[in-house]
Design a protein around this ligand. Sequence first.
Ligand code: ZN
Length: 152
Amino acid sequence: MDCPCGRGATYEACCERFHQGSEPEQPRDLMAARYAAFVMGDAAFLHRTLHTQHEDYAQGVEGIRRALRGQGRKVRYQGLTILDTRAPDATGAAQVLFHASVRSGGRDLAFVERSYFLHDGTGWRYLAGETCPARELPRWRDLDIDGFEARR
Ligand SMILES: [Zn+2]
């Protein structure tokens, strides 16, 4: 099967090994594996790859499972495009800018997000994200992190 992250490789050649426990070397690969985990409803992976400082970490795997169930089958993840990355800054946080195609009940919920990842000594963990509805960024395909920062 095609990997649900939508990068064009098979699941076996792409995100499967990350879901099974190997740690991505690059934050962008963790970002894609997390997207695929949303598609597949893998709450355990989504929780394991949250940084302990992320606001959702404390709710545990069960909290994430509940949130995924709350979205039900209405939410459809239709593709991921990674637009830009930035190496870790002085605080150790790496950045990934991406566009995610998401629909829910006929509504277009596509968004662009700048994600921050911190390495916790074991692997990259999702620390925080700053999102913007894609409809407000008609030229999102040309965006890089500087452009996202300067969008207002
Ligand atoms: Zn993948």
